[in-house]
Design a protein around this ligand. Sequence first.
Ligand SMILES: C[S@@+](CC[C@H](N)C(=O)[O-])C[C@H]1O[C@@H](n2cnc3c(N)ncnc32)[C@H](O)[C@@H]1O
Length: 164
Amino acid sequence: MYPKYLEELRHEPVTLLEIGIGEQGSCKMWSEYFDAEGCRFIGIDRLSSKEIPRWKFHVADQSNPKDIGAIGRQHSPLDIVIDDGSHHAEHQRTSFEALWPYVTPGGLYFIEDIQCSYINSNASLMPYLFNIVEDVVTSRLKFNRKGSDKSFVHFYPHIVVIGK
Ligand SMILES: C[S@@+](CC[C@H](N)C(=O)[O-])C[C@H]1O[C@@H](n2cnc3c(N)ncnc32)[C@H](O)[C@@H]1O
């Protein structure tokens, strides 16, 4: 499903931030996929990662909103955020709230492996996501005075994408 959202940005100088680096497989994929010279790639992981071209890595725990927010602010505005870190609902929520203010209008926020909310015994992200759905659906109704800075929420098996 990624190309459906990212193909039109493929040759643009995007700023992409990914939480969860692992063996760097996705890092290499993204820096091949996005070919514009001005692209900026930022990775966050609680473990240090060896350097690779075009990527700037930060060691941080995604459950720490202060650290994650500071990284978001440093690299703002963010066009694309991908959370493929711990897959813990509370961490996913914390990181989303810390980074969303730094996502550019029109930007995209992907949270991977949301099915973990139905597998792990820890808290579920789904009620939080359903609140965002309600926010989007009611954004143009009078009682929702503040409107919404989320333009859509799309669910897929394993992943959700939230558009600004
Ligand atoms: C599934 S791997 C990422 C895979 C990578 N995105 C890919 O597709 O190649 C998950 C990564 O999240 C990191 N991680 C786990 N918990 C974390 C946390 N609380 N904060 C930051 N990173 C975390 C792990 O160290 C691991 O590198």
